[in-house]
Structure formats: structure tokens, C-alpha cells
Design a protein around this ligand. Structure first.
Ligand SMILES: [Zn+2]
Length: 184
């Protein structure tokens, strides 16, 4: 069961109570005993890309993280979606911010629920327009990997591993359907 992280009211700062609201809601909520604000918490979207290079998309761009969590581990460019943008726009923005990579976005590839942490991760396929990268402060290094070079034991997140495995499997057939699934 997902546990609330809210300790204090976002409206007035009073310590919240975790209880059922009085309006028939059946879920525990963080409720302010002072101003009665009910703090609803919902899953966050993480959006990113699987940027590929080469005539057959044989190389994939990975970023070495320069921030916690998973400092020093490798990831696909991805991050939290912002208000005012679509999932596709967020995926392109994160790819620019983390890798300084120029891409042409292609189709949605994976949609993975990570219920344990209250997140939904979405990765789009993307074609790199150049193999020159300019990583931002969140990234130590951005480079291309062939399938045989992927640091499988040094990947930052399960959704990245899942997305890379699915990509290289589909590349053998050349058909890239959308994969929806759950990460435990
Ligand atoms: Zn309050």
C-alpha cells in the first residue's frame, strides 16, 4: 500500500492527520485539523525517450546520472512531466535537458505502472539527428551503447531495463508495438 509522505498542511503548515474524510471518500487522506484542507495525492508521470542512432537503430543513448537517486547509474533520458506540456513534449524536453540531444520523436513504446512508488513511466522511441551530445548538470556523461555494451547491472531504474530489453527484442523483428505493463 502506498504511504503518504505529507506531514504538514500545504495551506497553513499545521501538522496533518491521516484519516478518512467526512464526505464518503473511502481512502485515507492527509487532512489539516486547522483549515480542513484535504491533500489529495495522485500518481506522477515520468516521461522519457529511447534515443537511437545508426541506420538500424543499433545504438541507444544512455545518460550517467549526476544526481540522486541512483547517482552514477545509467538511465534513458527521462523525468517528471511538467504542468502545461503533453507527455510527448515532456519527453523531448527531458532529452534536451539531460543529454543535449537533438531528436525526432517517434511513437510511444512503453507505458509502465510503478504502483509501489505511485508513478507511471512512459518512454517514446526517438531517432537521434546527431551523435553530438551536450549533457546538462543532471548528467555526468552521455554516450551511445550497442546492445552488447549495455551496462545491464548498472542501470538506474527497472523501467529503463524493461524498456531496453523490449527495444532490442523488437529490433530483431522491426516491429515496435506499444508495451503496457506493471513493474513490481
Ligand atoms: Zn491547514
Amino acid at each position: 500500500m502506498f504511504r503518504s509522505q505529507i506531514k504538514h498542511c500545504r495551506a497553513c503548515g499545521t501538522a496533518v492527520a491521516h484519516r478518512l474524510p467526512d464526505d464518503g471518500d473511502t481512502r485515507m487522506r492527509a487532512i489539516c485539523p486547522s483549515c480542513h484542507t484535504v491533500h489529495y495525492e495522485n500518481p506522477l508521470n515520468v516521461v522519457g525517450t529511447i534515443p537511437v542512432w545508426g541506420p538500424g537503430g543499433e545504438q541507444v543513448l544512455l545518460c550517467k546520472r549526476n544526481i540522486e537517486p541512483r547517482y552514477g547509474k545509467w538511465t534513458l533520458p527521462a523525468g517528471f512531466m511538467e504542468l502545461g506540456e503533453s507527455t510527448a513534449e515532456g519527453a523531448v524536453r527531458e532529452t534536451h535537458e539531460e543529454a543535449g540531444a537533438q531528436i525526432e520523436l517517434q511513437g510511444l513504446f512503453t507505458l509502465l505502472n510503478v504502483v509501489r512508488v505511485g508513478q507511471v513511466h512512459m518512454y517514446y522511441r526517438a531517432r537521434l539527428l546527431s551523435d553530438r551530445f551536450d549533457p546538462g548538470h543532471e548528467t555526468q556523461e552521455a554516450r551511445l551503447f550497442h546492445e552488447s555494451e549495455i551496462p545491464w547491472d548498472e542501470l538506474a531504474f527497472r523501467t529503463v531495463k524493461e524498456t531496453l530489453e523490449l527495444y532490442f527484442a523488437d529490433r530483431r523483428t522491426g516491429i515496435f508495438p506499444v508495451h503496457a505493463g506493471d513493474i513490481q
